[in-house]
Structure formats: C-alpha cells, structure tokens
Design a protein around this ligand. Structure first.
Ligand code: TXD
Length: 311
C-alpha cells in the first residue's frame, strides 16, 4: 500500500513544525506548499528535514513547492496559509486578509486534492474553516478546524503546572470559539479520575480558565512578532493521525453544527470523533444552565465573526 500523502498549505512557523512532526511520526510523504516568493525556503525546509530523517531514522519523502498541482492526491491537507497576529491585534483583525487567502487555497485544494481530509488552522479560526467549507463545497465530514485540541492542551498544561501532576492523567475539554469566549468545562475535567472541582478551589480554577482563554495572546506578547507555533502544530497532528490511522479519537474540533447544541450552520468547537470517515460524529453534552450561558456567548461571538465572511 502506497504511503499516505500530507500537504501543508503554508510552510511558515506552524507549517514547518507540521511537516517535521508528520515526517517524524511517519504519517506519510509531505509536500510543503507556499507562495512563489518563498519557494526556495520551502524546498530548503523539506531538504533539511530529509537530512534530519537520516540522522533520526524515520522515512518520509518531503518536498517544497509553490505549484498547487504538487499537492495532487493528498490524503490530508493542513492549512496555515495566512497572516498571524502581531501584539495588539485580535484574531478577528486578520479576517479580511486571511479570508481572501483561504478562498484561493480552498479552490486549489478542490481542484488538486478533492478527497483530502482538510484541517484548517488559519485565524480567525472558526470563520476561516467556515469560509474554506463554503468555497470548497466539500462535505462537512471532510473539513474541520484545529483550535479545541490546542485550547484543551493549554487548559491541561496549566492544570498540570498548578498541581504538579502528569498531563497524561488530566482529561477535559474546551467548547466553543477559538477566542476569549471559549468555554473550558471544569465540571467535566478530571485528574486521574478525580474531579478537578474536588481538588482545586473555584478561584484557582477560574484563574486557570482565564489564562487558557488568553493563552494565545500571552504568547503573541512574549514572541513580539507572531503567534504560537509548537502547540498548534502538535495539536493538528493529533487530528491528522486520528484520521490517517482511523484511531477514532474524540477530540474538540471546529466542526459544522447543524442542530447540535442548538447551533445551525456554524463551525464551532465541539467534541468530535475523528476517524477514516473524517468528522464521523459530534457528541453533545448535557450542559448546566451556567455552561449553556457561556456556550451561547461564544456562539454569538463566532456568529458575528463568521457573518463578516462575505463570500
Ligand atoms: O489554534 C489556532 N488555530 C491558531 C492559528 C494558533 C496559532 C496561530 N494561528 C494562525 O495560523 C495564525 O493566526 C495564522 O493565521 C496561521 C499561521 O500562523 P503561522 O505562525 O504559521 O504564520 P506564518 O509563519 O506567517 O506562516 C503563514 C504562511 C507563510 O509562509 C505565508 O507565505 C503563507 O502562509 N501564505 C500562503 N501559503 C499558501 N498560499 C497562500 N495564498 C499564502 N499566503 C500566505
């Protein structure tokens, strides 16, 4: 059986880490696609990782290109094409520029890799995955956004730091939009099966939830010239791996809700089963009234940003 093929649409800060991790995990061959002005560096990154592969002994054929036809036949497409935030910018500030880029990319993927499972990363995430889905016309099982895996990783990382416990034993999820209105769920978070609410005070839990909601901005301010890249890449790779290996992991992804959670026609972060069928299932949670109020606030925020996508 031929190797899988993954196309990274955008080979910048996140794209290069995606390429490295996909190759290191031997998920398949990797094409790094970017604009002509940076085709040289993309070829360089592919060649550099190829040499690393010999040192670390993993097998993957990597290439860099600015020709869309080189993504032909990709099984997975991961899209980071677009501008990242600079200090003082909100994710929504990127909308106009990035929606134009995403539209171009969606048409290219539709033409050259129409069967690929598409993971969108570009911000403002929920609106960009909506735009990609609309332009590509792909079924909703074939298109999702990466944000919830990252936001949940941040939630779990901060809890692990607070409690000095292994992140392996922290389970939980974050619902909603990829922005300040996202909804960590303390009630459903456990540490080795022990409810978080029985371990930490409400004040400490809220402090961690606040840091989770602001974690992206915290890194934008620390970096000064871009946004997070290790953690988004590592998060998207979990989704790609679950698809390619049919692992059927249940991960928080921006998926198209058509009635779930009372939401219709929006991409937003919900628990999804990711397997060979793509977004195979969305799981609904019986939420408390307080949680429902937080969810409706994030739905409103996503609705507003998505409504600005004029396509
Ligand atoms: O959780 C999440 N979803 C977010 C997403 C987490 C962090 C960052 N998030 C967003 O990902 C960020 O706000 C940006 O919108 C994207 C990509 O962030 P990255 O840090 O990788 O940005 P870079 O380093 O600027 O890389 C973007 C690449 C760059 O190489 C451009 O030349 C390329 O995108 N680009 C294109 N590639 C292909 N096709 C077109 N048209 C194109 N335009 C730009």
């Amino acid at each position: 059986m031929a190797r899988n093929k993954l196309a990274m649409i955008g080979g910048g800060q996140i794209g290069q880490i995606l390429a490295l991790q996909a190759a290191q995990k031997e998920l398949g061959d990797v094409v790094i696609y970017d604009i002509p002005q940076v085709e040289g560096p993309m070829k360089g990154k592919a060649l550099d990782i190829t040499q690393m592969a010999a040192a670390e002994e993993f097998d993957s054929r990597l290439s860099g290109t600015s020709s869309f036809e080189d993504i032909a036949g990709s099984d997975v497409v991961i899209v980071t094409a677009g501008l990242p935030r600079k200090p003082g910018m909100s994710r929504d500030d990127l909308l106009k520029t990035n929606v134009d880029i995403i539209s171009k990319v969606a048409n290219g993927v539709k033409q050259h890799a129409p069967n690929a499972f598409c993971i969108i990363i570009t911000n403002p995430l929920d609106a960009m995955v909506y735009a990609f889905h609309k332009v590509s016309g792909f079924p909703k099982t074939q298109v999702c956004g990466m944000a919830g895996v990252l936001d949940t990783a941040r939630w779990r990382a901060f809890i692990g730091m607070e409690l000095d416990v292994s992140v392996e034993d922290i389970a939980g999820t974050v619902l909603g939009g990829h922005g300040p209105t996202m909804v960590p769920l303390p009630r459903l978070t456990t540490v080795g099966g022990v409810p978080l609410t029985e371990i930490l005070s409400a004040d400490r839990i809220e402090a961690i939830a606040k840091r989770t909601r602001e974690a992206g901005t915290e890194l934008v301010n620390l970096y000064g010239n871009g946004s997070a890249f290790f953690s988004p890449a590592g998060s998207a790779i979990q989704m790609a791996e679950s698809y390619l290996k049919d692992k059927k992991r249940v991960l928080p992804c921006a998926a198209l809700c058509e009635g779930e959670y009372g939401i219709d026609g929006l991409f937003i972060g919900v628990p999804c089963r990711i397997g060979a069928g793509g977004v195979e299932k969305i799981y609904e949670i019986a939420l408390t009234d307080d949680e429902k109020a937080l969810l409706s606030a994030t739905v409103e925020a996503v609705k507003k940003t998505t409504s600005e996508v004029k396509l």
